[in-house]
Design a protein around this ligand. Sequence first.
Ligand code: NAD
Ligand code: UDP
Length: 309
Amino acid sequence: MRILVTGGAGFLGSHLCDRLVADGHEVVCLDNLFTGRKENIGHLLQHPRFEFVRHDVVDPFKFEVDQIYNLACPASPPHYQYNPIKTTKTSVMGAINCLGLAKRVKARAFQASTSEVYGDPEMHPQREEYWGHVNPIGRRSCYDEGKRCAETLFFDYHRENKVDIRVIRIFNTYGPRMLANDGRVVSNFIVQALRGEDLTIYGDGTQTRSFCFVDDLIEGFVRFMNQTEIVGPMNCGNPGEFTMLQLAELTLKLVGGRSKIVFKPLPSDDPKQRQPDISLARRVIQWEPQVPLEEGLRRTIAYFAKQVR
Ligand code: NAD
Ligand code: UDP
């Protein structure tokens, strides 16, 4: 197949491009390099079945493709809050442009949605039926509401225009190729520990997240995209739930060194708990994360050890 990956030079997108090229597909990677890097796809640039296009998803684009994976959108809070209006435009206009293209060329369109559509959840763990608890006017809203609106657009194009869609809700995912200055917790803690700096816990560290290693997630993407039973939304993430204190302590144990843990103010609207219910993924795509947190952290530490210091 010929496949378009928007946001393909980013953390998840570059791993997805690797997988799709390895599976024998032709891949067009579209990215404006806001948080993505050419280094992430450098090894693919000379590949005959890979093409990089520097372009912004806010502006329309045309490609003859069979499938579209829409991943373009900064994912870490400091990056998506840097230009919040642009973040909303990226999610909303990016979805409209992907769906318009999918309609015209009859491609299947995949939306990388997020556990953030559940906001600060009152249902735990989160199932796909839950509508969420989201602040529409806070610092995280540009991302959360942009992604919620993108889901709406995907389902309206599906109902009104018969576009073949797949909507996946990704829970916190980590691994090699995250940016060292990304601002997300796993990369922050690892980079801080490697540099011998203190690990910054926001709040008291009792808030929880569930961390999925990138290889597991990409396997889930491909299985979900290529099944025909459901269009989603479908949760994808590792149900193992950890407090930020546990994550900091585990990172310190694995990296070693003399770093201490320090506490900083909790950002506004920071969800207190998050854990995916993945019964649907288990049933429909027989998917189960394989990489435990400790092993995934070791692999991610090995990557950052070459990047920083
Ligand atoms: P990332 O920031 O590494 O990747 C995003 C990519 O999109 C980057 O390459 C960036 O340059 C590109 N991009 C941003 N705005 C763009 C625009 N206007 N036009 C074209 N390209 C643009 O983040 P990631 O972790 O790889 O996330 C990829 C997708 O998955 C995002 O849509 C994100 O919301 C979603 N997601 C990720 C996670 C996670 O834990 N990693 C969780 C939930 C959802
Ligand atoms: N966090 C932290 N220290 C950091 C970065 C983040 O304690 O250096 C916390 C953050 O407040 C949140 C959790 O870790 O409670 C996960 O943050 P991240 O930005 O990785 O993802 P998200 O909040 O979007 O799930």
